[in-house]
Design a protein around this ligand. Structure first.
Ligand code: HSE
Length: 330
C-alpha cells in the first residue's frame, strides 16, 4: 500500500474534533477506499488541555497554525480555525505556498479571499478543497464543480444556514423566544463562534457567494451579496406567515440576470415567505436544502444536515480523501 497521507489540523472545535474521531474510527475503510492510509499526525488549537472527547496524546501539538502549515512532517493541511483573516488566512496561504493541499471549511475566508487563494493553489498545482464551507454535509461544491460541469446554471437557491433555520423552526413550533433558540443552537454546536454571523445573514451570504462563484464561473465576493438576517423576525411574523399558508425561511438566492434592469448575476440573502407546498417549506431544524436550476439537468434539489460536528466533518473528510487520491481542480 502507498505511504500514508499525513494530515495536520488547525482548529479543534466541534468540527475539528469530529474529523479526528472519524479518521480514527474509519482508518481501515479509508485506506481501502483511497489506496493509502490517512493519519492525523499534528494539531493546533487555542487550548491544549480542553476535553474534546478524543485521544490527544498521540497527536503532535504545534502551537502556531502557520508553523503547522509549514511543517515538513505533514502532507496536507486542514484549516478549521474560522475567521476571514488572521491566523486562518496566514496558515492557508503558508500551506499552499509550501505546496501542500489544503482543506478548509472556512466560508468567511473564501468569500473574502477565495480568488487569491485559488490562484495561489493553481500556481502551485495543489488542491484547495472546501466542500464543508457551504451547506454542511450536502456535497454541493462537488456537484457544481463536477456533477453539473456540463450545464449552464440559471439559478441556485435555498436554505444555507442551519442555525437560522433551527431557530425559526423552534420559534414556530415551541413558541420559544429568539434568544432561547439562539442559545439552544449554540449549545448544539450549530452556531458560529460569533453567532451574529448566523443571525445577521452573513454566514449564509458567504456560502451564497461561494456557490454563486462556482455555479456561474465568476467572482462573487461577500460585498456583492445583499444581506438581511433574521434579527428582526418576530413571533407575530411567523404566526402571520402560517396564517397565510407559508413558512418563514431565511433564503439565499443566486441567479443570472439578463433583463432591462441588469445583466450579470444577482445574489441575495433575506427572510422570505415560502408557500407550504414548496419543497423548501418542509426543511426544518438545522437542515439545509439547495435547489439548482440548470439548462440540461433541469431542477435538482439537495437536502441534508447543514451544521453540526459530524455532518460538517463528513464534508471535510471527503476533501481529505480527495487530497489522498491527489485530485486537483483548477
Ligand atoms: N453556523 C453555520 C450554520 C455552521 O449554522 O449553518 C455551518 O456552516
Amino acid at each position: 500500500m502507498a505511504s500514508p497521507l499525513k494530515v495536520g489540523i488547525a482548529g479543534l472545535g466541534t468540527v475539528g474534533a469530529s474529523v479526528v474521531r472519524l479518521i480514527d474510527e474509519q482508518r481501515q475503510q479509508l485506506a481501502l477506499r483511497t489506496g493509502r492510509p490517512i493519519e492525523v499526525v499534528a494539531v493546533s488549537a487555542r487550548s491544549r488541555n480542553k476535553d474534546r472527547g478524543i485521544d490527544m496524546k498521540r497527536l503532535r501539538w504545534v502551537a502556531d497554525p502557520v508553523k503547522l502549515a509549514n511543517d515538513p512532517g505533514i502532507d496536507a493541511f486542514v484549516e478549521l480555525i474560522g475567521g476571514e483573516g488572521g491566523p486562518a488566512r496566514a496558515a492557508v496561504t503558508a500551506a499552499l505556498k509550501a505546496g501542500k493541499p489544503v482543506v478548509t471549511a472556512n466560508k468567511a475566508l473564501l468569500a473574502r479571499h477565495g480568488i487569491e487563494l485559488a490562484e495561489l493553489a493553481e500556481k502551485r498545482g495543489v488542491a484547495l478543497n472546501f466542500e464543508a464551507a457551504a451547506a454542511g454535509a450536502i456535497p454541493i461544491v462537488k456537484t457544481l464543480r463536477e456533477g453539473l460541469a456540463g450545464n449552464s446554471v440559471q439559478r441556485v437557491y435555498g436554505i444555507l444556514n442551519g442555525t437560522c433555520n433551527y431557530m425559526l423552526t423552534r420559534m414556530e413550533r415551541e413558541k420559544l423566544s429568539f434568544d432561547e433558540c439562539l442559545k439552544e443552537a449554540q449549545r448544539l454546536g450549530y452556531a458560529e463562534a460569533d453567532p451574529t454571523a448566523d443571525v445577521d445573514g452573513l454566514d449564509a451570504a458567504a456560502k451564497a457567494a461561494i456557490i454563486a462563484s462556482l455555479a456561474f464561473h465568476t467572482r462573487v465576493g461577500l460585498d456583492d451579496v445583499s444581506v438581511e438576517g433574521i434579527r428582526e423576525v418576530t413571533a407575530d411574523d411567523i404566526r402571520e406567515a402560517h396564517a397565510s399558508g407559508c413558512e418563514l425561511k431565511l433564503l439565499a438566492i443566486a441567479q443570472r440576470r439578463d433583463d432591462e434592469h441588469a445583466q450579470g448575476v444577482s445574489v441575495r440573502v433575506h427572510p422570505a415567505l415560502v408557500p407550504n407546498d414548496h419543497p423548501l417549506a418542509s426543511v426544518h431544524g438545522a437542515y439545509n436544502a439547495v435547489l439548482v436550476e440548470a439548462e440540461s439537468a433541469g431542477r435538482l434539489m439537495f437536502y441534508g444536515q447543514g451544521a453540526g460536528g459530524a455532518p460538517t466533518a463528513s464534508a471535510v473528510l471527503s476533501d481529505v480523501v480527495a487530497a489522498a487520491a491527489h485530485r486537483v481542480h483548477g
